[in-house]
Design a protein around this ligand. Structure first.
Ligand code: LMR
Length: 333
């Protein structure tokens, strides 16, 4: 795969060698792993529409959704090598390239709601986190929402004890691994594109995700139970290859920044609604029992996951966790 990525990178480098003209627009390949009818898919489409409009066709954005080009880990390597120019991986996926700090977003119950999230992403802490990406050859342009995660399995999940011994697929985040271990479950890191089949064949018993991801990947068809835990958040960092971005004519970069700003406002303005609609669609499909927790059951889940904060403090950084919690007014441990 690395060879393939390299070959693609050199083709792209050649294509970018000449100046942009009406005949040879600048191409932005935007790769992502989810369906087009999700919060990320819709925001990417909006960015394409606005970027092409504001640059008067000098930039063409090619979107490759649903892991058609690369899976999770490969897409980050491809971006670093210049085989694609833009991605929006979830916060949970930057650990493998050496930026562990984004895993702070994965801490259970750290975000009480989206208003608290915005305090981080729109403030100095969000900007500081984006800066960490530059030494990795990428620039963070924006934070895009998906939403809050629910738990699914073929077993009813109400109490922490229900998780014991079950295998759960996780994104590539050590915080998420620790979270499932705290519940007595067995975490297994897996690419998003492989989750449906792993659930169907019983390679894993369950997973955590937003309603829009569950519905568009048809996970509900192979999961009998969904519990509305809202225990964590999935959001994205839109990243662009640094060399590519720095090499753009300043006027074009400005137009793309404007397009990104507006696409972000658009996407983040409708992500919650998209997840609500997906949840309704899951209910309507009638294959999955949807459970909600009583306040006491919710408290038991929070308590069971509390040790995660201490366990990952060394990895994510206690000062960062403290700063995050201070910004959000969220849970303190
Ligand atoms: C996942 O891997 O479960 C999600 O990060 C996929 C995505 O991009 O929303």
């Amino acid at each position: 795969m690395r060879k393939l990525i390299l070959a693609a990178a050199s083709v792209v480098a050649l294509a970018l060698a000449g100046p942009a003209s009406a005949d040879s627009p600048i191409i932005i390949k935007f790769s992502h792993v989810v369906a087009s009818n999700t919060p990320k898919g819709a925001a990417a489409e909006k960015f394409k529409e606005l970027a092409e409009k504001y640059t008067d066709g000098k930039v063409k954005v090619e979107i490759y959704p649903n892991s058609t080009l690369y899976k999770d880990k490969e897409e980050l390597e491809a971006l670093q090598l210049g085989a694609v120019q833009m991605l929006a991986p979830s916060n949970s996926k930057f650990g493998p390239i050496g930026v562990r700090e984004f895993e702070v977003f994965d801490l259970p119950y750290i975000l009480p709601d989206l208003t608290a999230l915005r305090k981080v992403t729109d403030g100095p802490l969000g900007a500081k986190l984006l800066k960490l990406l530059e030494p990795k050859g990428m620039i963070g342009l924006a934070y895009w929402d998906n939403g809050f995660k629910e738990m699914t399995a073929n077993k009813k999940l109400i109490a922490p004890a229900d998780y014991k011994g079950l295998k759960f697929r996780v994104q590539s985040s050590k915080v998420l691994e620790a979270q499932f271990r705290a519940l007595g479950a067995i975490p297994q890191v897996m690419a998003f594109s492989e989750v449906y089949q792993a659930l169907q064949t019983g390679v894993v018993d369950g997973q955590e995700n937003t309603a829009s991801n569950i519905y568009t990947q048809k996970m509900h068809e192979v999961q009998k139970y969904l519990t509305m835990t809202n225990h964590g958040y999935i959001g994205y960092v839109v990243v662009v290859n640094k060399k590519f971005w720095d090499g753009l004519p300043a006027d074009i970069r400005g137009q793309l920044e404007k397009a990104m700003k507006e696409a972000t406002a658009f996407g983040n303005g409708q992500s919650a609604k998209e997840n609500e609609e997906a949840l309704e669609a899951i209910k309507k499909a009638g294959k999955t029992e949807i459970d909600t927790l009583t306040p006491a059951q919710d408290a038991a889940m929070r308590k069971a996951m509390e040790p995660v904060y201490k366990e990952v403090a060394g990895r994510v950084g206690q000062p960062l966790i403290d700063e995050f919690v201070k910004e959000t007014g969220g849970v303190t441990h």
